[in-house]
Design a protein around this ligand. Sequence first.
Ligand code: ADP
Ligand code: MG
Length: 701
Amino acid sequence: MRPSLLNPLFAQVTTLQGVGPKQDKLLRYLLDRSETPRLVDLLLHLPASVIDRRARPKIRDAAVGTMVTLEVTVDRHRPPPRNSRAPYLVYASDDTGDVVLTFFRAQPGYVEKLLPVGEKRYVSGTLAMYDGIPQIVHPDRVIDEAGFAKLSGIDPVYPLTEGLAIGSLRRAIAQALTKLPELPEWISPEVLRRCNFPPIQEALTRVHVPIELTDILPDGPFWSRLAFDELLAGQLALALIRATLRRPAGVRNAGDGHLRNRIIDALPYALTKSQQQAVAAIIEDLRQPVRMLRLVQGDVGSGKTVVALMAAAAVAEAGKQAALMAPTEILARQHIKTIAPLAERAGMRVAILTGREKGKERRELLARLEAGEIDLLVGTHALIQDDVTYKALALAVVDEQHRFGVRERLALTSKGEAVDVLVLSATPIPRTLVLTYFGDMDVSELREKPAGRQPIDTRAVPMSRIEDVMDGVGRALGAGKLVYWICPLVDESEAEGTEHLTNATERFESLQQRFGDRVGLVHGQMKGTEKDRVMAQFAAHEIGLLVATTVVEVGVDVPAATIMVIENAERFGLAQLHQLRGRIGRGSEASTCLLLYKEPLGEMSKARLKVIRETTDGFRIAEEDLKLRGEGDVLGIRQSGLPGYRIARSEVHGQLITQARDEALRILKDNPKLKGERGEALRVLLYLYERDEAVPLIGAG
Ligand code: ADP
Ligand code: MG
């Protein structure tokens, strides 16, 4: 239960004066909420900048193009002639010169009342020059002496949405501030002192009612305090969840190694050194009394699947089950194709579950799963459907984690008890992001590529030379090579399965005219079985040229393919280009990647193509990507800042993330049940930032 002292902050904004259904709708949109926002949402909506109205230059000294506040006397009015669209002009002056205040389509009577002749007014707005005379068009604010005396002179400016006036947002936030209760201090005295944080009330008040221009800066003390609170709430929740997920005494999730040994014997290659290290670290985790949370980070082609298989084998040896969840059906099938022959030779029982398994087949599979007759279940989102029940799920492997939300990960792990989690990612996730979203996750890196891989020759070619490219493809096909031809989706934002197919189908047809039945096509709208059939034909050399949308982006493994043409390469992001290109260069033959681009190239596209030409190192590419696009995108979310966080920003508060982590661990060590005064305060913090999902886990304080 939320501590009652927070109740006023969780009241709906519509309880505020002047906030009706119309504002409700606008605020939902602005604050990104599906329901009516609460006061807390308003208070955590921080200003983007400030207007300084303290500077009051004389008219003669005021700088054109800047926001100014002028102290003027109103001299005369010049209303527009009847039926004219001319503006209503007001002439005003101080002892250094004249200024014209201009109003277009003014309501009758409005201007007269606002600026009575002969009186003094404070007029704020952007100063322009028109016909050599200083002018302000539609002043932002006109107030009299009494009104002016009440203002601090610095006004916060908030991110807005169309239709929402800054004045009404400011009034709503000002009212919300009056409802702010007395909150206990949850930060330890040491951290308060070291970081020089003000109390929470002061922090919230000063960002919304700034006294100094610097009060609203994200790296200033007020915003930083709020960011720390938000990060601490996140870290504490993650740490609490993790700490409560201990295995019952004596339970271990790794067996005696007999299955693993048989898999090693069945492998046609030796594991690389870093694969061996990753497997060893995982086995060690599986033996610990605390649940595993480990990320295996390795570039495309570094061999993550077999590492996952070894982990699953260890769990199976202990008589338990593992699940491997992949983001797409193609990828899930790819995994099972790699895994099944090895697993079967070792005597491990594996199966696949995607949207395609239906009816009787699915029922039988679920029955076997529940009876414990399946050791490793590979699949898509289908793995987390309600009716999927495991006999003893002990390990959840999630491939390409950043495509799944935390919700999916939790849904899978909740199907067993204290389930160990292994995350596979080809995209190196920056340390701060790992911390923010997973807490203290252990990381194994697969730095080496399997032996014998050849480098990829990557070139950028303008679209005007497509004929040469086609000729080259023809020669390659003649020499028996396997070629990918990738076309982008028309609208990348559309979900898989609803993509526009014009590009790929049109290209398929034109290539088919030229090369006949050696050409195949796969795209996201095809049925799964159809996709598999075409992929299998390609792998078996029955077709030599595969036209594809980005469905081949992740995981597809046809080691004999050595050429890739990427059409409209300028439209792809860096990470995506790297993933796509990772489909070639998997065998012992040299590979070539051609990036076909449309001219003229924008600066960003130019920079991206340059990076991708220069290197195949996924870590470097991810770093460059980060520089070019900002961190939000690494997680596949196009926005700046940290997804799911309202105040903390990775570029500004990176330091605070580690400090919040340390503080959370200290709290957990000293006061794991969140008892006493400080414990109460920390519970308030968890509820304030809505990270309270962990509270029931700690039991009665
Ligand atoms: P990714 O890390 O991109 O998921 P995969 O697990 O799909 O990579 O492995 C890519 C290819 O490399 C597969 O064909 C796999 O069989 C092969 N492979 C994995 N480990 C090794 C190794 N140690 N030596 C040689 N080939 C390997
Ligand atoms: Mg993979």
